[in-house]
Design a binder for this molecule. Structure first.
Ligand code: TXA
Ligand code: MG
Length: 317
């Protein structure tokens, strides 16, 4: 990544334009977080409902107090432990954060991404960049610059190419604004990793948390979804289901675990991190091949597969 491209990106952001940027999780569609008109462009481009809040990406060492109205000690500890990295924290919204960024809510999502290009851009810009994943609303998140181009074409004036994303699944979101911390979206940083830093007694599960659920688009039942109808199938049931669909004259694409199953199949590694890294590219590829349906072989249910299983459930919903 050349300094000239970073300078061009900064100039676009200062002019209220959007820029696509790589992060370690997925590519983001960024705009100046303090410019409501620029933020509005993100919503228009994505076709995202205005009440769905965005994540503000911060330069390293940016004081949290510049963006949050109150910062619990747990938030400072998590920032020290995991930033830069795939963890987003929900805190009380600081007064200067426009409500356009937070979907009208009095909380704000903050993270420092761990990607050299994102960090170079954030340092050069010197302020927060609001960025959702760089895909049309409800579609699969992009993990390469080519994916972003496929989603938006020339509508995005600059796509910084930082190569394929290392993590491949969106950041873990932990809500620290409502008392006991709650994981709202599972990701590469697990609940156990968070509990090790802030104490397990403080953690509650998103499913059992009290109070009204915040608006999290990543929590919509159908999200991260291919356009081809998709089904999750246990390994043992896969051959039977394939035969059944073939007998019905359906053309079937398969996302398999660990080894390929016939033609029309992409196999992802039998390892949660490697599987997560490749998942969205594989779904996009299968989605583009014109199958009438997709079968996704169900991974194991244990905690290490939690983020993957969460995305798969939404992809087939
Ligand atoms: O890894 C990531 O988090 C990527 C990269 C680009 O950083 N970003 C991402 O953004 O996944 P997006 O907009 O696709 O998902 C952000 C999630 C949404 O589910 C949104 O509802 C939630 O964060 N969120 C943002 N602000 C929130 C808030 N104040 N309260 C609760 N949830 C919030
Ligand atoms: Mg998204």
């Amino acid at each position: 990544m050349t300094d000239a491209l970073i300078a061009k990106a900064v100039a676009l952001l200062r002019a209220g334009q959007v820029v696509a940027l790589p992060t370690e999780t997925v590519y983001g569609l960024g705009a100046d977080a303090l410019n409501p008109a620029a933020v509005a462009r993100i919503f228009a481009l994505k076709g995202r409902p205005a009440e769905h809040p965005l994540i503000v990406h911060l330069p390293p060492d940016e004081p949290l107090d510049n963006w949050a109205a109150s910062v619990p000690e747990a938030a400072r500890a998590l920032a020290r432990a995991f930033w830069p990295g795939p963890l987003t924290m929900i805190l009380a919204r600081g007064a200067r954060v426009p409500k356009a960024v937070t979907g009208g809510q009095d909380t704000v999502a903050l993270r420092v991404p761990d990607h050299p290009v994102a960090l170079a851009l954030l340092r050069a810009f010197g302020s927060g960049i609001a960025a959702p994943s760089a895909n049309r609303f409800g579609h699969i998140s992009p993990t390469t610059a080519a994916h972003v181009r496929d989603e938006f074409g020339a509508a995005v004036p600059l796509i910084l190419d930082g190569g394929p994303c290392r993590v491949g699944l969106e950041s873990t979101i932990v809500d620290l604004s409502r008392g006991a911390p709650v994981v709202l979206r599972p990701g590469a940083i697990g609940a156990a990793d968070i509990a090790r830093v802030i104490g397990s007694a403080a953690m509650t599960d998103g499913a059992t948390a009290a109070g009204p659920a915040p608006r999290v688009s990543g929590l919509l039942a159908r999200h991260y979804a291919p356009r081809t109808p998709a089904e999750l199938v246990e390994s043992a049931a896969l051959p039977g289901r394939l035969a059944e669909l073939a007998a019905l004259g359906q053309s079937v694409g398969v996302l398999a675990l660990g080894r390929t199953v016939g033609q029309n199949c992409i196999a992802l590694p039998d390892d949660p991190a490697a599987y997560g890294q490749g998942l969205y590219a594989a779904l996009r590829e299968l989605d583009g091949r014109g199958f009438s349906c997709l079968l996704v072989e169900a991974p194991p249910r244990d905690e290490s597969w939690r983020a993957v299983n969460d995305r798969l459930q939404r992809a087939v919903a």
